[in-house]
Write a protein that binds this ligand. Sequence first.
Ligand SMILES: Nc1ncnc2c1ncn2[C@@H]1O[C@H](COP(=O)(O)OP(=O)(O)OP(=O)(O)O)[C@@H](O)[C@H]1O
Length: 257
Amino acid sequence: MSIAPGHLALQDVSFTIGGRSLVRNVSLTVAPGEMIGVIGPNGAGKSSLLRTIYRTNRPSAGRVTVNGEDVWQRPATWVARHVGAVLQDMPADFPLTVRDVVAMGRSAHKRLLEADSAHDHALIEAAIELLQLRPLETRAFRTLSGGERQRTLVARALVQQPAVLVLDEPTNHLDIHHQLQLLRFVRSLGITVVAALHDLNLAAMFCDRIAILHKGEMVATGTPEAVLTEANLASIFRIEATLARNPRTNTIWVMPA
Ligand SMILES: Nc1ncnc2c1ncn2[C@@H]1O[C@H](COP(=O)(O)OP(=O)(O)OP(=O)(O)O)[C@@H](O)[C@H]1O
């Protein structure tokens, strides 16, 4: 499956709701094919920020552009064709099968009730294979485990062929084998990814760059080595940690004490 990676830019994005400022003046540029991890303590504003990209939180100031187009100036269908999202705990109380849910990813590319074309069909099949969903294909989505749901939702996002893929805590519900498998897989696609992650070591292993959000502000961006410092871990995450390198991957390894 080949997806043309897009360019994403957030320019001075702020988001305020009910008088509460959840995101303040965040700027971030993500190059085509780059994978960016957004980390930060609970309540830092990670999900609120990601929602401005997939057109759910309209910024109170600033712009979000995908391939130079302002996502808030374009119709929702344009955004649905260009931005894919896998969110935490998506509602599952509907009678669709795994295959139906994956096929839904094509809907933004089609007219209402238009049948699947051979191209749609090929993409759906490829995503089912890639995410190893074949044995689950005819199961009701609501009967899946958390990890199986997550894989289905990633497959749905991939058939959208999004220029930018937004993942909000994609490893939630996944055991360590599936966490690694999912991130390795997403990474191998060469697409543009912005992922909110809680596991700092996984963020360091898979992301080209990491952005740290703290109290709604982006307080650091850079390579994992540049931002995962003892000082940042103490002041932002409130932990004392020793930093080392993973001997196998040579990536930064945070060891809390
Ligand atoms: N619609 C809303 N109205 C009011 N407050 C909100 C709204 N959405 C989020 N918040 C608050 O904004 C803050 C940031 O929430 P957000 O979910 O963006 O943080 P997060 O960094 O993703 O957190 P977590 O790591 O816990 O998932 C939280 O205090 C949350 O309660």
